[in-house]
Design a protein around this ligand. Structure first.
Ligand code: FE2
Ligand code: FE2
Length: 137
């Protein structure tokens, strides 16, 4: 499983798209490492933590932008961010604690699923708001 960068993920807000592109690349690297014949546990744990840090920064960037532009969907969008960060933390904690035994198909599907579904729903809605209002990200 691999997260292809395609038109569905492209929101035509350059700053958001750049960060989303990096996020999908980081996710793909992690998925590749998880799927490797001899997975390197330490590298996988470190990558999962890096994804958590990058994601937290990206979410703050979006939340700051939403607050500046008085976006009405701020509350529900931030709640989704918070929920995803808790889930990402749980993934890292599980890898830290249990190593590769914490990895199953559900984990890869989760990583793949949240990136794609969050971008094409909540982030897309915010990108539309920015474009209609002629706002910068
Ligand atoms: Fe985003
Ligand atoms: Fe978002």
């Amino acid at each position: 499983m691999h997260i292809p960068w395609d038109d569905a993920l492209q929101l035509d807000i350059p700053g958001m798209d750049d960060e989303h592109r990096i996020l999908t690349q980081l996710m793909n690297q992690l998925i590749e490492h998880i799927r490797a014949p001899k997975p390197n546990e330490k590298a996988i744990v470190a990558m999962a933590r890096d994804i958590g840090l990058f994601t937290a920064r990206h979410f703050l960037h979006e939340e700051h932008s939403m607050a500046v532009h008085h976006y009405s969907g701020y509350g529900s969008h931030k709640r989704e961010h918070d929920r995803l960060l808790v889930q990402l933390d749980a993934v890292s904690d599980g890898l830290d604690r249990d190593g590769m035994t914490a990895v199953d198909d559900g984990l890869v599907e989760f990583l793949h699923g949240w990136v794609v579904s969050h971008i094409v729903s909540q982030d897309k809605a915010y990108a539309t708001f920015l474009k209609h209002g002629n706002h910068d990200f």
